[in-house]
Design a protein around this ligand. Structure first.
Ligand code: IPE
Ligand code: IPE
Ligand code: MG
Length: 224
């Protein structure tokens, strides 16, 4: 049985779910947040150490302003209402991505990270304004600045995921088979699961099914 430390998820399909069931993309985002809470709880039960959630990509700024501001309002309310609860569950919150949001959001993100910094339960990495290519460029720039040698080790240690093992599992919901600029370096040997269901419909049972499937896979890493 494969050990499982790190699950990464591209939470896709909120908009389509919202249009289908509530006639509004934004209602899909709201529903998607319930799935986030469910999957966090289940990750704790499954003894997973790291859960990385793709919430907003560097490309998602192309969306209509009204959708983008709804998403950040949702995030703001979520953190304001739930950070104590997350903290009580011994969860450590880490933001990956470029934190250049409004002052209010930046402050809230910093506060949430600081508050949960010493927790040693599940670490939730929230990918916000995250893009893998921009992350890799920053890593190279910083290696160059420090005059360090380019190696697998130095590159990994300059990424925002330094000190986090590469994902064992990557799940993308929403019936689309692409990576959309998510953790391109880190998923070199990750087991990838493309799930047809839209994120708000993704259930605990769906999650457990993937975990159980993963545990039985023969991971070769090039060996036989
Ligand atoms: C993913 O759901 C969530 C974010 C990108 C914020 P989408 O909003 O991409 O939903 P679809 O893919 O349009 O259905
Ligand atoms: C990926 O979903 C980003 C997040 C889930 C946050 P998108 O819906 O933005 O991806 P594309 O544009 O369909 O590739
Ligand atoms: Mg999408």
């Amino acid at each position: 049985m494969n050990p499982l430390k790190h699950v990464a998820i591209i939470m896709d399909g909120n908009g389509r779910w919202g249009l289908k069931y509530k006639k509004s993309r934004n209602e899909g985002h709201r529903a998607g947040l319930n799935t986030v809470e469910k999957i966090i709880k289940q990750s704790i039960k499954s003894n997973i150490k790291f859960l990385t959630l793709y919430a907003f990509s560097t490309e998602n700024w192309k969306r209509p302003k009204s959708e983008v501001s709804f998403l950040f309002k949702l995030l703001e309310n979520f953190l304001q209402n739930k950070i104590d609860d997350l903290h009580n569950q011994n969860i450590k919150l880490k933001i990956i991505g470029i934190k250049n949001f409004s002052k209010k959001i930046n402050r809230l993100l910093n506060y949430s990270e600081k508050k949960t910094f010493r927790n040693n339960g599940l670490q939730v990495n929230l990918a916000l304004n995250y893009g893998s290519k921009s992350e890799i460029i920053s890593a190279f720039k910083s290696i160059y600045k420090k005059n360090e040698k380019i190696s697998e080790k130095t590159i990994s240690s300059h990424l925002q995921t330094k000190n986090i093992p590469d994902p064992d599992i990557l799940i993308r919901t929403g019936n689309t088979k692409r990576l959309s600029n998510f953790l391109l370096w880190q998923v070199a040997y990750t087991e990838i699961f493309f799930e047809k269901k839209l994120w708000p419909s993704f259930s605990k049972a769906d999650y457990n099914k993937i975990i159980n499937k993963y545990k039985k896979i023969k991971r070769n890493y090039g060996n036989i």
